[in-house]
Design a protein around this ligand. Sequence first.
Ligand SMILES: NC(=O)C1=CN([C@@H]2O[C@H](COP(=O)(O)OP(=O)(O)OC[C@H]3O[C@@H](n4cnc5c(N)ncnc54)[C@H](OP(=O)(O)O)[C@@H]3O)[C@@H](O)[C@H]2O)C=CC1
Ligand SMILES: CC(=O)N[C@@H](CCC(=O)OP(=O)(O)O)C(=O)O
Length: 344
Amino acid sequence: MIKVGIVGGTGYTGVELLRLLARHPNVAVEAITSRSEAGMAVSELYPNLRGHYDDLAFSEPDADRLARCDAVFFATPHGVAHALAGELLDKGTRVIDLSADFRLRDTEEWAHWYGQPHGAPQLLDDAIYGLPEVNREQIRQARLIAVPGCYPTAVQLGLLPLLEAGVIDADRIIADCKSGVTGAGRGAKVPSLLAEASESMKAYGASGHRHLPEIRQGLADAAKGPVGLTFVPHLTPMIRGIHATLYGRLTTDPGDLQALFERRFASEPFVDVMPAGSHPETRSVKGANLCRLAVHRPGDGDTVVVLSVIDNLVKGASGQAVHNLNLMFDLDELAGLDAPAIMP
Ligand SMILES: NC(=O)C1=CN([C@@H]2O[C@H](COP(=O)(O)OP(=O)(O)OC[C@H]3O[C@@H](n4cnc5c(N)ncnc54)[C@H](OP(=O)(O)O)[C@@H]3O)[C@@H](O)[C@H]2O)C=CC1
Ligand SMILES: CC(=O)N[C@@H](CCC(=O)OP(=O)(O)O)C(=O)O
């Protein structure tokens, strides 16, 4: 069995890791941390896990204990993995970081968007951006993974086929995205209150959001040159889910767009290109490690519209993190990740 630790086990991505790993045939959770709930049994805080982790309790983060694991997930706010990852890596423990600490290659850009200096620039050369549909082979060899953000996962998967094929204007891409409230984490915040978030919808970060540089970095790699991106996130009254509506202007005859998407993701277990004319729903990926895509060309004009949906906590975070673990430890890619979505 592969021994894993989770730093930040009381948060939404932490409990989602536990839910997925409960069905994983090759993984045992050895340590799970929380500073606020240290001492409490995991199944007391999360009754959905009763019967699965009966001997596991939250404990204070302890580097020595974590270093006894083969891999440690960081499901923590930005900056925490900067402080601890180096020590774990030195002791031979692999690190899978769900935060943004190692996602941006440019430390100044990171400092600008995250409002603090980059805490571990010396580790960046080792960090692999954990989008398996792009970096599968590097992930297999990696000891430090930066799991992509939720919006960046939905947006990049939807645009990769078009940018790699060079059929849209890379200077004018629009990503209009909607997220459920769990995207903001479990901490109490006014915008997440029932009376604030339900029966209403609003954009935020329209002038600049911290996922913008991350998405731009990934799209520029795919386009092999700089991209111009307008990214506007919205908060919507649902618990889980991201819906990205992506617009590009065709600059050349793309041929059969449906075939382009189907070919690009033909061997990807966690990307479903839906039949032509489809409109994927967020509920069709709820709880599943899946991105469902549909591509449209309204009126056969020069605008291509891609619809991309994921569960922010699964393909947008914890499921993608487990997929990375499977690749790093040469396990079946589907291990722990084969459950279908919950509908309705
Ligand atoms: N929610 C989502 O949809 C997504 C989240 N992410 C990223 O994943 C990470 C976790 O997100 P999420 O689960 O939503 O966050 P939550 O706010 O729900 O949980 C954060 C967890 O981190 C722990 N924690 C907080 N500060 C520290 C610290 N200084 N040292 C150690 N542990 C700490 C908390 O426990 P305690 O304070 O008790 O120690 C808690 O368990 C974040 O970086 C987030 O941006 C990425 C993609 C999607
Ligand atoms: C709805 C909501 O608030 N979503 C969060 C993004 C999700 C997230 O966790 O950010 P990282 O992927 O960078 O870790 C936000 O917009 O800040």
